[in-house]
Design a protein around this ligand. Sequence first.
Ligand code: PEP
Length: 252
Amino acid sequence: MARKMMIAGNWKMNGLLADGVALAQEIKVDVKAKKRNCEFVVCPPFTLLGAVKKALKGCRVALGAQDCHFEEKGAHTGDISPEMLLDCGCTYVILGHSERRADHGETSELVCKKAKAAYKAGLKTIICIGETLAQREKGETIDICSKQILESVPNDATAADTVIAYEPVWAIGTGKTPTAQDVEDVHAAVRKVLAKKLGRAQANKMRILYGGSVKPSNAKELLSLPDVDGGLIGGASLKAADFMAIADNAGC
Ligand code: PEP
């Protein structure tokens, strides 16, 4: 089953206006210069969405946000709705990132609610799952990831509107990564759970990204596995040269 590789950058809470625009422009130059056959997404902080959208005009790099509320509008101080993200040019929204689950107590049920609201507004989702170090050491990785898939992904999700990102929490920003075999095993298990939940046809088409300390030197090993359909890149997405080298090494 041919699935189009995706390379997505999660800029997290980084970048002022000039940095974000410069980074987007560098990515644009590279993507336009090379005939790349992957889908690219950049997910800047909310404050940079409009400017980055403008900077990316005319190239095939999609814009994503890092979170959204589940309501369309109303009394939710500090929150951003899916409709607002669509309005400023987003195609994607990352949901359930482990930093939101940890820092804001987001549950899988809430992630599912947000995903439904995102689809309703016309956004696609990148839904994140992943185990903590303690869970991995107890041998619970597959169980935890399966539970997160079952509870976070809406029953009507499709491969056209949903991408999964497997991000072991202990690998995010630490320089540590699972072995390639571990990554492939989790991705294959996640695809099986998706097949049970959404049917085999959708599961076979749905992209499952790996995220967690991906850099140019390990991108080939981690992102070329049979069930890995690209990467969600944090730290290394803040330098265009590294982000694009990851794409190169992943065969994009
Ligand atoms: C992330 O936060 O989504 C991530 C994968 O971070 P890093 O690449 O820095 O580990």
